[in-house]
Write a protein that binds this ligand. Structure first.
Ligand code: 5GP
Length: 114
């Protein structure tokens, strides 16, 4: 599996505005924000798409969502609400092939997203 731009962020080869890190996950600001708050929460382990999440990865993926809630509580927008999105492949709009949870917040978000 080839490295993506997110591996370079994990390895500190390119800069990112990192807001959370632990052994399993990293969260940083999206370079092209679509809401007042737009963070990406990624696993340190490289998993290309939702289709590639194995049974052994379930704890990692659950952890990404725990991190989302933890950031929302700490940053004070948990109660007003937010959106988490994981895009998959072409029709899902995925452009970086290292799974990531988009965490969007800070304004009412439209639905459906098209
Ligand atoms: P996707 O389209 O795969 O769901 O989301 C990829 C996201 O990564 C996009 O929202 C895009 O703006 C963001 N992104 C792409 N390259 C970089 C980068 O080098 N740094 C940061 N912080 N975000 C990036």
């Amino acid at each position: 599996m080839s490295d993506t731009i997110f591996d370079k962020i994990i390895n500190r080869e390119i800069p990112a505005d990192i807001v959370y890190e632990d052994d399993i996950a990293l969260a940083f600001k999206d370079i092209n924000p679509q809401a007042p708050v737009h963070l990406l929460i990624i696993p340190k382990r490289q998993i290309a798409t939702v289709n590639d999440i194995s049974k052994d990865d379930r704890e990692i993926v659950g952890h990404l969502y725990w991190v989302a809630g933890e950031i929302a509580r700490k940053e004070g927008f948990a109660e007003e609400g937010f959106r988490t999105v994981m895009n998959c492949n072409e029709f899902g709009g995925q452009t970086v092939y290292h799974i990531h949870v988009h965490l969007l917040a800070g304004k009412p978000l439209g639905w459906p997203p098209y």
